[in-house]
Design a protein around this ligand. Structure first.
Ligand code: PMP
Length: 425
């Protein structure tokens, strides 16, 4: 269906047919939800073995009694596993609690209040500061900035990561830019993987930005591949070492979508200087993280081979869900001017762009017909999508049958909104 080329009569015929479908959906009492970027119960059950896995043995391989206080950095074996996931050295890892988002929030808080390169570098001394936000992006990153009153500047997202020409030009001209949010692998929500060139340029930003600038490199989907031979992500720390910009990047990850989403192990990676600064404050806030949970994770997925085998089981559950959603998009929009998307090779989302100005209308129509979609604008700073076109679809949580029914409603809503727009309705 090409609405640009259609005659008024064709558009009116389509409108009648699509509206009839819409009414049929409305009267069928659906109650479906494509908003939740969380693992399904079946995925969580893959990690049920965590319960009782220690069988009374609380000592880690290095002899730590995990039940007791201490170990601010994390167990050595947990640091090694996290290091292998993020492509850094074990001594560059700090293990946290259950949430990497908390580590990101605290990193911003430390940088703001205490300064990551000494007290004079604290962002709060500098008046209005800014973060670059590749869009569409992750709403919770944007929420952190909003909480601190950090101004967010949209940067276009390409298929190989943020538009680095724009990023570099902005940073060269504005020392008030203190950070950039990045999800380098299976970006939330577009699913793109940053190219080696993009990553090298991100690693170089430390040499052109203000000294208290940091790349917030959230590798939440480091091992969340849908395909058997996944693309490799270039190593940002290796580029930083070449450039002498090791202090300019903070990396984050967790096992949230590997084991239990609410009871996993989170970690961050940074230069020794960055980690030592953070730890000086962290040791005031805690005597140490949950080492018992770290040990349980090590027993279950203690090395990259075990971890990858486990993730292959996740992929088996996720693949049919993504395939179902993508099949609907293909069948309805392959030959059309109604929307754009790219099938992701991993992660948790499909990012769909409607014709400009239609995302809110599509989401409203779908809601009327009993299908909840992520609110329009959620993937943009301040909840404002300037083109009102991006919709984040999250197929991990519902069953394949529910995705099938929800996508039929969604596709009809996209078509109806597009035809309505052309007819000026
Ligand atoms: N980062 C990204 C990009 C995410 O999509 C998510 C979860 N949706 C998180 C972080 C949350 O991670 P955690 O559970 O470790 O806080």
């Amino acid at each position: 269906m090409y609405v640009e080329q259609a005659t008024r009569q064709q558009l009116q015929d389509w409108q009648e047919e699509l509206f009839a479908n819409h009414q049929r959906f409305m009267s069928s009492g659906l109650n479906l939800d494509l908003t939740r970027g969380k693992p399904s119960a079946a995925q969580l059950s893959l990690a049920n073995v965590l319960d009782g896995i220690l069988d009374g043995n609380y000592f880690s391989a290095d002899g730590t009694d995990t039940r007791n206080y201490g170990g601010l950095d994390g167990l050595p074996a947990m640091r090694q596993l996290a290091a292998d996931m993020l492509g850094v050295k074990a001594e560059e890892i700090l293990v946290g609690g259950n949430s990497s988002l908390t580590l990101m929030y605290f990193s911003v808080l430390f940088a703001w209040q205490f300064g990551l390169s000494g007290p004079d570098s604290a962002w709060r001394h500098e008046g209005a500061i800014k973060f670059l936000c590749p869009v569409p992006g992750y709403d919770r990153h944007f929420a952190i900035c909003e909480k601190f009153g950090i101004e967010m500047v949209n940067v276009p997202m390409n298929n190989d990561g943020p538009d680095m020409d724009v990023v570099e030009a902005l940073i060269r001209n504005d020392p008030g830019i203190k950070g950039i949010w990045c999800v380098p692998k299976y970006s939330n929500p577009t699913g793109c993987i940053y190219s080696a060139n993009t990553i090298e340029r991100l690693a170089k930003l430390g040499s052109i930005a203000a000294p208290n600038f940091r790349v917030f490199y959230d590798n939440a989907y480091a091992v969340h591949d849908l395909k058997d031979s996944p693309a490799e992500l270039a190593n940002i720390m290796a580029f930083c070492e070449k450039q002498g910009t090791e202090n300019s990047v903070l990396q984050f990850g967790s096992t949230s979508k590997i084991t239990f989403a609410g009871a996993g192990v989170a970690f961050m990676a940074g230069s020794k200087a960055n980690l030592n600064t953070m730890k000086k404050h962290l040791e005031i806030a805690t005597i140490g993280p949950d080492k018992v949970n770290q040990l349980r994770h090590l027993k279950m997925i203690g090395n990259m081979t075990e971890l990858r085998n486990h993730m292959a089981r996740h992929a088996e559950l996720l693949r049919p869900r993504f395939a179902c959603a993508l099949q609907h998009l293909e069948e309805n929009f392959r030959d059309s001017d109604l929307g754009e998307w790219s099938p992701p090779d991993g992660g948790y989302f499909i990012s769909f762009d409607t014709r400009p100005g239609l995302a809110s209308a599509v989401i409203r129509l779908a809601a009327e017909a009993g299908v909840k979609l992520t609110p329009a604008g959620a993937t943009f700073p301040y909840g404002k999508d300037p083109d009102d076109k991006n919709i984040r679809l999250a197929p991990s949580f519902p069953t394949v049958e529910d995705i099938d029914r929800a996508m039929a409603v969604f596709c009809n809503a996209v078509k109806l909104a597009s035809v309505n727009q052309r007819l000026g309705a």
